[in-house]
Design a protein around this ligand. Structure first.
Ligand code: G4P
Length: 286
């Protein structure tokens, strides 16, 4: 399958990031907890060098709890500050204040030594499309905060959201481009819906997802689609056929409508209805 990300968008996104990153102290990077590697672009390490770093493992409600813990350990071991969150419900966001202080400890210490007091940490939220950046900014900012507008010293046009006396957030998130370095990364992004579905072969994609689920989350798949014999040697095709029967997906003349069944599986997976599923693990065992 051909997974694409347009070069023009990449250049624009990169330029915007370069411009904005120079204004800030802290990069808050969102990754999708179901695919924490495929959903991040490691170029952010170069772009954000010399900045404090905080990774948010977002959509953790959709990912396997055990895998979330492994990913937290993985990123911590690599020296990042990291928290597990659900930007939609707000779960985990209370821990951010403490994590920001921790991540910016050196800067705060430097400021203190130079006699600079009460200068808030300035942060930018970054991540690939659809990872939850806007949702996060809205939930985190809530209603309590105010936009600070074009204060002196703030680049014209940039809006800072004042979270509290210690933290200001740039209101426009930075978009990172996915790094499509392998077929697997493209597929993972397509599974979670971060690719344009219009240019994908959805039946093939759903079949690949089912193959993964049969291998690693068989019981959840069987439960969702009322497959009574989860131990039988099912194949993606038999599962899709079963879904066609179970959900009455037929074209005219009682022909099985595999495309419709494929759309159901992908939609169910993306919205967590098959269960909490992680598609990649730090040790590469998935
Ligand atoms: P972006 O700015 O990074 O492009 O992402 P955005 O906030 O638009 O979020 C993309 C989708 O992901 C939204 O769903 C949003 O609600 C959902 N989302 C964000 N964070 C979480 C999370 O922690 N858990 C879950 N389960 N979902 C999350 P949508 O279907 O596009 O919109 P809507 O149905 O919420 O209106």
């Amino acid at each position: 399958m051909n997974y694409q990300w347009y070069p023009g968008h990449m250049t624009k996104a990169k330029r915007m990031m370069q411009e904005n990153i120079s204004l800030i102290d802290l990069v808050i990077e969102l990754v999708d907890a179901r695919i924490p590697i495929s959903s991040r672009n490691p170029d952010i390490d170069e772009l954000g060098k010399n900045k404090s770093r905080l990774i948010l493992l977002n959509k953790s409600d959709l990912a396997d709890e055990r895998a979330n813990r492994l990913w937290l350990d993985h990123f911590k071991a690599k020296g990042y500050h990291v928290i597990e969150v659900n930007a939609r419900s707000g779960k985990g966001l209370h821990a951010i204040g403490g994590a920001v202080k921790e991540a910016c400890r050196e800067k705060l210490e430097r400021d203190r030594k130079r006699g600079i007091r009460n200068r808030p940490v300035r942060a930018i939220v970054v991540g690939i499309p659809n990872v939850g950046k806007s949702t996060f900014i809205n939930s985190f900012a809530g209603r309590a905060c105010t936009k600070t507008g074009n204060k002196p010293g703030v680049t014209k046009g940039k809006q800072w959201i004042r979270m509290n006396k210690d933290l200001e957030l740039l209101d426009t998130p930075g978009i990172l481009w996915p790094k499509l370095e392998s077929e697997e990364v493209g597929r993972n992004l397509a599974f979670i819906g971060s690719m344009n579905d219009d240019i994908l072969q959805l039946t093939e994609l759903a079949a690949e997802l089912i193959a993964f689920l049969l291998k690693h989350y068989r019981q959840q798949l069987a439960d969702r689609y009322r497959m009574e014999t989860p131990d039988d040697p099912e194949t993606p095709l038999t599962v899709l056929t079963h879904i066609c029967e179970d959900r009455k997906c037929y074209k005219k003349g009682q022909e099985a409508d595999y495309e419709k069944a494929a759309a159901i599986v992908l939609d169910d997976f993306r919205s967590g209805r098959i269960g909490r599923i992680t598609l990649e693990l730090p040790d590469g065992s998935l």
